[in-house]
Design a protein around this ligand. Structure first.
Ligand code: FES
Length: 102
């Protein structure tokens, strides 16, 4: 194994897992995960924070699978947060700004 880069920006993870309709477990991807990530990217880009200051990535299931909302982590998966993609997106943006030092 070879290290390609060290000391990168903080990474925010957003679960965008999308199980087929009718699956026994719910999926964050059916509750606005992709739109939330896209909106965050647009906001952070407009503020010059995207990329070198903070990155927001979609990931597969983080294994808590709520029946509503989107699971996110701002600390590499140590803590999982449940976010309503519409009503709590501003709060998540504020947390991303803080991570970016903005
Ligand atoms: S589908 Fe998002 S945590 Fe499992």
């Amino acid at each position: 194994m070879k290290t390609l880069k060290e000391g990168g920006p903080p990474v925010v993870m957003i679960c965008a897992n999308k199980r087929p309709e009718g699956a026994p477990k719910p999926s964050c991807g059916h509750h606005g995960a992709e739109d939330l990530r896209g909106w965050l990217k647009d906001q952070l880009k407009a503020e010059g924070l995207w990329g070198k200051k903070v990155r927001v990535l979609t990931v597969s299931c983080l294994d808590v699978c709520p029946s509503a909302g989107v699971v996110c982590s701002l600390d590499g998966g140590k803590t999982l947060e449940l976010v309503d993609a519409e009503t709590e997106r501003d709060e998540l943006l504020g947390r991303c700004r803080a991570l970016a030092g903005g």
